[in-house]
Design a binder for this molecule. Structure first.
Ligand code: 28F
Length: 643
């Protein structure tokens, strides 16, 4: 091959080959670039494009980003930055904007299979080519203050050259795309998912305005414009307002910077018993924590113990506060920025940079110590709370010991109302938790007693949201559940001892049923979370209708199904609406709700612990109005309670 041919190859063909290889890699293994091809991956496409606009904002050239969900689930993102450069990139001989959308950035954000961590920094344009490769079509429009330029692509391949289509005095970039149905399991965007993430970004980038519009239904356009001058401080205020929690003091806001990293934290205590830590590294959420959270927790415990001893809040002969004591009722947002963020773990949701631990620990210790010195009234309020948490922890330990001693003596007597199954192999055993004696009776009659156990609930339930663990011991409604399950609760939970691998909550499909379901889920979520994490909790879905024609009958689980069955049956059908489980006789209950061959159950997942926590708080918290609103909105769809 002559030199000349070689040169041509490098300038044109070589680049073309690189494009196709990159696209192929992305389309062959999309999960490696966007995590998954399910709902998360679909939404990830939007984040990739928005991230590029945010980088332009971080560079100081853009202060407004618009995100539109258009009919057909087309996404449009507009920024008012400088516009992606349209000039020819000397190395490749094509416009820079074309490079951004067609050449795969080395590595990919989610890293290779063996790369153990992913690296990210404020790299302009990273991810745009991935979105392009996974879009049925994509169109980019650039305004650079003089001209309007546009280029279109299909499945990542240019549909034509970059074209100048007009004049303008404005600047910015617009990207429109339609995710490829060949690549994704679902194409339906969820407003709430985008809203949550975009609001987060608005908090993390103080002063940046992000407007989200859903115009898929022209008769019900939804729009929200989010801009927070207060940054993280506003974030914490927002979280407390949303849950209607009373706070003990104004938000404490601290920050520090070194040559190549920054740390910023906002925190505030409320009067609940839960800790809510939210952390970010380079504006990316780290739900699994990491070194920044570790540094924060260590410093918090240390500063409250040191300061408390010095000021006499903790007496010489008293034990030190534990981390959980000083975190009770805290809401904190931690945001660090580092040049080379290392994300670890299965889902890359944990920060690994070791230098960050010391940075955050030092910052929190010093600034918080100074703050407590200067604000003695706030210090007093927080100590009262932490000391009462420590006392409750001690009370719970004693209660636990009492229960343990008792059960050792009585060899764990099972609750009187439990109709146990005969099998002793937990992997095949199922426990149905049923509200009310009449439904419990039908269930006992209809079950397969070899492997199905029934536990009817009775008595008054405590509000778990407002209770610390010491109150759960001895509660007449919950104790039978705990004893029947046999695996203990709280820190001592041991799933090896779990007596039933399927635990099914069975309640009516009405508002009362919703209430008991939520109470139990709240309880499991707060005190027996591994049960949810390991997939042991289910919600039974009894049918709402029985449609009979002649000697045939079918059950419908929602209105849509009912209509479908009616359409099939034609005339002369009879329809029965079940108001509650109690209306079904044992045979019907077996056929519809107990028999593994026919029954419909929802497996309760813990995909987003934070969201679940919020749901529970809304349902259980002090405020009545949002609770009612939530129940009314969701009463019809039991599935929405899927934790
Ligand atoms: C709707 C999504 O992607 N906005 C972006 C810019 C601005 C520049 C840039 C982007 C240049 C050569 C890499 C402009 N002027 N919104 C966006 N706005 N990328 S992406 O540069 C990318 C580099 O290849 C930009 C001067 N410098 C940078």
């Amino acid at each position: 091959m002559s030199n000349i041919e070689n040169k041509v190859e490098n300038n044109y063909g070589g680049e073309q080959i690189q494009v196709l290889e990159g696209l192929e890699a992305v389309r062959k293994r999309p999960g490696m670039y966007i995590g998954s091809t399910g709902e998360n991956g679909l939404h990830h496409l939007v984040y990739e494009i928005v991230d590029n606009a945010i980088d332009e904002a971080l560079a100081g050239f853009c202060n407004h980003i618009e995100v539109d969900i258009l009919p057909g689930n087309v996404i449009r993102v507009v920024d008012n930055g400088r516009g992606i450069p349209v000039g020819i990139q000397p190395k490749l001989g094509i416009p820079a904007v074309t490079v951004v959308f067609t050449i795969l950035h080395a590595g990919g954000k989610f890293g290779g299979e063996n790369s153990g961590y992913k690296v990210s920094g404020g790299l302009h344009g990273v991810g745009a080519s991935v979105v392009n490769a996974l879009s049925e079509w994509l169109k980019v429009t650039v305004r650079d203050g003089e001209g309007v330029y546009t280029q279109s692509f299909k499945r990542g391949v240019a549909d034509g050259p970059l074209e100048r289509i007009g004049d303008t005095t404005e600047k910015g970039t617009t990207v429109e795309f339609k995710p490829d149905y060949e690549m994704f399991e679902t194409l339906e965007y969820k407003y709430e998912i985008l809203e949550k993430r975009l609001r987060e970004q608005a908090f993390l980038n103080a002063g940046l305005r992000i407007t989200l519009t859903d115009s898929r239904d022209s008769e019900a356009v939804v729009q929200e414009s989010m801009c927070y001058e207060g940054g993280l401080k506003s974030f914490v205020e927002y979280l407390h307002q949303k849950r209607d929690l009373a706070v003990l003091h104004p938000v404490i806001h601290i920050r520090t910077a070194t040559d190549n990293s920054t740390a910023e934290i906002a925190l505030q205590y409320n009067d609940s018993f839960n800790a809510n830590l939210i952390s970010f590294a380079n504006n990316i959420n780290t739900p699994d924590g990491g070194t920044h959270e570790q540094g924060f927790k260590t410093a918090l415990t240390r500063v409250f113990n040191d300061f408390g001893r010095k000021k006499g809040y903790i007496k010489e002969n008293e034990e030190s506060l534990k981390g959980e004591d000083v975190r009770e009722g805290i809401t904190a947002v931690i945001s660090v920025k580092v040049t080379e963020a290392q994300f670890e773990g299965q889902t890359k949701a944990k920060l690994g940079n070791t230098e960050v631990r010391g940075l955050v620990e030092g910052l929190v210790y010093e600034k918080l110590r100074d703050y407590l010195e200067e604000n003695p009234a706030v210090a007093k309020a927080i100590y009262e709370k932490a000391l009462s948490a420590a006392r409750a922890r001690e009370a719970a330990r004693k209660a636990r010991e009492r229960v343990r001693r008792k059960s050792a003596l009585e060899t764990a007597r099972m609750p009187g109302k439990l109709a146990d199954c005969s099998s002793k192999d937990p992997t095949e055993c199922e426990l149905y938790i049923v509200e009310g004696d009449s439904a419990g009776g039908s269930a006992k009659g209809g079950r397969d007693r070899r492997y199905q156990a029934i536990l009817p609930l009775w008595g008054k339930m405590i509000n778990v949201e407002k209770a610390r663990i010491d109150k759960v011991y001895g509660n007449e409604k919950l104790t039978p559940v705990v004893i029947a399950l046999g695996c203990g609760i709280g820190e001592e939970i041991d799933l090896e001892k779990l007596r039933y691998h399927k635990v099914v909550i069975m309640a009516d499909a009405d508002v009362d049923g919703q209430h008991i379901r939520t109470l139990l889920l709240t309880f499991f979520f707060r005190f027996m979370r591994p049960l949810i994490e390991e997939g042991h909790i289910y919600i039974a879905m009894p049918p709402l209708y029985k449609i009979t024609k002649g000697n045939q009958h079918r059950y419908a689980y929602d209105e849509e199904e009912r209509e479908a069955i009616i359409a099939q049956f034609g005339n002369n059908y009879k329809i029965q609406r079940y108001k509650g489980l109690g209306e079904m006789n044992p045979d019907q209950l077996w056929e519809t709700t107990l028999n593994p061959e026919n029954r419909v159950m929802i497996k309760v997942g813990l995909e987003d612990a934070q969201k679940a926590d919020e749901t529970f708080t809304i349902l259980m918290g002090d405020k009545v109005a949002p609770r009612r609103e939530f129940i009314e909105k969701n009463a019809k769809y039991v599935t929405d309670l899927d934790v």
